[in-house]
Design a binder for this molecule. Structure first.
Ligand code: DGJ
Length: 555
């Protein structure tokens, strides 16, 4: 907190911050999801929790010694949740013999540093391939069969069409969750689980193993068709369209129901091989859903799956992991994997907002387990919290980039201060956000009684590098009919009346400040040159900061 700021709160009559939080539950309830208005919140120790997270590199959590110097750097980055790998090969090196020493070490260190964990179950699959299964699985391909391509060649990937693959994975995951129940059921260090990592088939549009061919040429499962019929009006448009094109058949082979695929590698948004993708999605969802359910039977905390997104230029499933929970097959995942709470995008692509829109379709809560952690990532994260009530945001590869003097640390510092207020406003229509970059240098949104316009201002950055950031965000909260709390950087924010456009809008009072323990501590009262044209808020400098404003109208 900036010690130079002193409280002017007493002189700021009427600008009272209400931080009444949602009804809380006993602190001993295990982590779970709960709805607040249109939002889904992660409840930890009985209270809503905002995961200001970051993901370690894949191998980091395999060594407690390697992790030792990292913990304080994570804390200095204002991270409150660390995403760390737990791999099948390390917890079950011999079949049925489990070793949780590493998991216990992570729990101990996280607790000592007042951090939460999301554990990533690297079981059957990691980025489409199978490299984290124990040697006794890898070397017994009769018992644990692999995916085959169209030429009948095995790929280094366990097939999801095998009960014995699934059951072995589910047994190990259940053992992990049983252990977490015992070791963490009353402490709640672990707040969520990721089941597998970026699943899907690479290098071939579908599995062509004998079991897969038989299933693909046989009838689509009744359970899936019942689900699609029951949810016909809420299906994701691409799936609805494919089904409609073939006459909404309710039984038949996959190709009879969804059509024979055609290849269109020129247009990445054309979903060629969609039928193969739907088929693989069903089989992955069934498998991962069963693994998740086995874990939940032991310890029922929220679970999500993450997605290697279909990128521009990767036209067909197989070029990206086909059958993962891409937007076009989200309904298939819902039908097949009921125990999975959240379908999550790993967003590195520049069109961050589009991916968030697609992953909030039909009520899917937004948790972003992988993203960028630079200035652009900082802006994206703030936007996701403000615009989509995100449960959490987590840049990948924090080992290299953790530290107090980073864009991520600066934005997480401010978000963590304002977290009680952000959580209070989730799902109520009283919070939103904008994202500005070179393509969109200004944006206007309506919130409450006013339109708020953010204009990127290159005069308003002023850091050591003097390089304007390529993307900045602002988060707006309406705290009363004429009152706003705004987090932003490098922009001016203008106001117009939304209810009666003939009214002119003036600034009744503006102050900067910080939150401490959920309470506003006012700093400077802003006026004159600090309020451009005497009608806008100016967010200056390299850091995100908070201002509160009360507006008035004149004719
Ligand atoms: C996505 C994967 O899910 C991560 O585990 C990691 O490999 C990153 N890609 C690397 O960029």
């Amino acid at each position: 907190m900036n010690q130079r700021l002193h409280s002017l709160a007493a002189t700021f009559i009427g600008l009272v911050l209400t931080t009444t939080s949602a009804p809380s539950q006993p602190a001993n309830t295990i982590p779970h999801l709960r709805n607040q208005g249109a939002a889904t919140q992660l409840i930890v120790d009985g209270k809503p929790f905002l995961a200001l997270a970051a993901e370690l590199n894949n191998s980091s959590a395999s060594s407690l010694d390697y992790m030792k110097p990292l913990w304080p750097r994570l804390v200095a980055t204002h991270i409150n949740t660390v995403l760390a790998t737990v791999s099948w090969e390390l917890i079950e090196p011999r079949e049925g013999r489990f070793d949780f020493a590493l998991v216990d070490g992570l729990l101990k260190e996280a607790r000592a540093n007042h951090l939460h964990l999301v554990l990533l179950w690297f079981g059957s699959w990691k980025n489409g391939k199978s490299t984290y299964q124990p040697l006794w699985v890898k070397t017994d391909q009769m018992r644990f069969p692999l995916i085959q391509n169209e030429q009948g060649r095995s790929l280094p990937t366990l097939t999801p069409l095998s009960d014995s693959n699934r059951d072995a994975d589910a047994r190990a995951f259940a053992a992990l969750m049983r252990h977490l129940h015992e070791a963490d059921g009353s402490r709640h260090t672990v707040v969520m689980m990721q089941v597998e990592n970026e699943v899907g088939v690479l290098d071939t549009p579908r599995d062509f193993s004998p079991a897969a061919n038989e299933a693909f040429n046989g009838p689509a499962p009744k359970e899936l068709m019942d689900y699609l019929q029951a949810h016909k009006d809420q299906l994701i448009p691409q799936l609805h369209e494919a089904w409609e094109k073939n006459g909404f058949k309710t039984s038949g082979t996959w190709e009879e129901i969804f059509g024979k695929s055609s290849v269109n590698t020129n247009d990445w948004k054309a979903f060629s091989y969609l039928t193969e993708e739907i088929f693989m999605a069903w089989n992955y969802a069934r498998y991962v859903g069963r693994v998740a359910a086995a874990g939940k039977a032991e310890y029922n905390i929220p679970m999500y799956v993450n997605t290697w997104l279909k990128q521009s230029g990767f036209g067909w499933p197989g070029a990206y992991p086909g059958g993962g929970p891409q937007p076009q097959v989200m309904d298939i995942w819902r039908a097949g994997g009921a125990a999975i709470d959240i379908l999550s995008p790993d967003i590195y692509a520049p069109n961050f907002t589009e991916w968030c829109d697609w992953y909030t379709q039909s009520g899917n809560p937004l948790f972003i387990p992988e993203s960028r952690g630079d200035a652009r990532g900082a802006a994206d994260g703030l936007w996701a919290f403000g615009k989509h009530d995100a449960i959490g945001f987590s840049p990948f590869g924090i080992d290299r980039s953790a530290g107090p003097d980073t864009a991520l640390a600066r934005v997480y510092d401010v978000i963590s201060q304002a977290a009680p207020l952000i959580l209070e406003h989730q799902g109520k229509g009283t919070m939103t956000a904008i994202l500005l970059d070179s393509a969109t240098a200004s944006q206007t949104v309506r919130l409450g009684n006013y339109n708020l316009e953010g204009r990127f201002s290159s005069r308003n950055f002023g850091g050591a590098t003097n390089e304007p950031p390529d993307r900045v965000a602002a988060l707006f909260i309406s705290t009363g009919p004429d009152d706003y709390v705004i987090i932003g950087r490098s922009m001016n924010v203008y106001f117009t009346a939304a209810t009666d456009p003939s009214d002119s809008v003036g600034l009744a009072a503006v102050e900067e400040g910080v939150y401490a323990g959920g309470k506003w501590i006012a700093g400077r009262r802003l006026n004159g040159d600090e309020t451009p044209e005497w009608k806008a808020l100016r967010f200056r400098g390299d850091n995100y900061s908070v201002q509160r404003v009360r507006l008035y109208r004149y004719h």
